[in-house]
Design a protein around this ligand. Structure first.
Ligand code: DX5
Ligand code: ZN
Length: 215
């Protein structure tokens, strides 16, 4: 069970400090948005490169961008340990996942709430993580979509059948109120933005989330 706080809800004027506040987490989740794939613009390659230099924990880059085939491997080269692309944004998810691994990183594929899992199941041998979005990508602080839990279950079931070591991540509206149902459905990597950075003590919020899903 791993916790990946999203720095989308952190203070962008103090990112190094904000990373240090969550040094007890497993990953720092970095939401890259390009104002095309989603209607919001956040962080790009130069900032990720700078964050990778100072972060006490590995970076988990969530790429909400068009043309990930061109850009995603560059996030690994910039120092991210993991890069997750959206399946809706590429015609060749298998080739892209292999390119991420070839660049030396973990390969993740993300599904928007309206995207079905079944067509992508056959890609499991080529990825390290499947991200099931539990909000419409684009903004922090939205309400958790419990109707995505059947998809989390289906992904977990496929991973079990396939027998590999693929992580199942949930992202969006994850909090002390919603994290247990995600774990129960089969998620094992939990992204939380507002629930961590909205707390007075971010590290304590990470510990609290972790305790709720500890096996
Ligand atoms: C939404 C992002 C999420 C977001 C989560 O598009 O992918 O990572 O930061 O924020 P919360 O936890 O506040 O929903
Ligand atoms: Zn995200």
């Amino acid at each position: 069970m791993q916790i990946s706080p999203s720095i989308l809800s952190a203070d962008f004027a103090n990112l190094q400090l904000e990373l240090d506040r969550i040094a007890n987490a497993d990953w720092a989740h970095v939401d890259v948005m390009d104002a095309h794939f989603v209607p919001n613009l956040t962080i790009g390659l130069p900032v990720v490169e700078a964050l990778a230099r100072v972060s006490p924990i590995p970076l988990d880059c969530h790429l909400m961008i068009d043309d990930p085939d061109r850009w995603a491997p560059q996030y690994i080269e910039a120092g991210a340990a993991s890069a997750t692309f959206h399946v809706e944004a590429t015609d060749d998810p298998r080739r892209l996942a292999r390119a991420l691994r070839a660049a030396g990183g973990r390969a993740g594929m993300a599904l928007k709430p309206a995207t079905a899992w079944q067509p992508y199941e056959e890609l499991l041998p080529d990825v390290d993580m499947v991200l099931v979005m539990t909000v419409e990508p684009g903004f922090g602080g939205q309400s958790f979509m419990a109707d995505q839990m059947p998809k989390v279950r289906a992904v977990r079931e496929s991973v079990r059948r396939h027998g590999g070591e693929v992580w199942v991540q949930v992202d969006g509206g994850v909090s002390a109120r919603t994290i247990e149902q995600c774990a129960e459905a089969g998620a094992d990597v939990f992204v939380a933005g507002s629930a961590v950075y909205g707390a007075q003590d971010a590290a304590a919020a990470v510990d609290e989330l972790r305790a709720l899903v500890a096996e």
